[in-house]
Design a protein around this ligand. Sequence first.
Ligand SMILES: [Zn+2]
Length: 101
Amino acid sequence: MPTSTVFTTAVCDGYEDLLKESQRAWTIWKGLCQRISGSCLQSRIADDELRNLQARYARSYSALENHAHTCATCRRVVQLNNRTNARIEEAGLSLGLRMTA
Ligand SMILES: [Zn+2]
């Protein structure tokens, strides 16, 4: 009989990597936005840098969304979540509870 249990995450490694990259790009972009808006750093170079960071964030978020549609593991997780949410909503309706989004 095993003495320990190994737990694994349901999220795939590809999704997790893309999510981290997207969060990192957003944090860097927002950080520069805040620094520029709170100072006199309005310049062509700052504008170009902001546009580059915004584009990096947009690309990484797009890759994350595309992955969720093309990865079999992630699609399965979404299907399970949708079924679970439908059952929760159905149970709430049968109890006379109103679900809000
Ligand atoms: Zn995936």
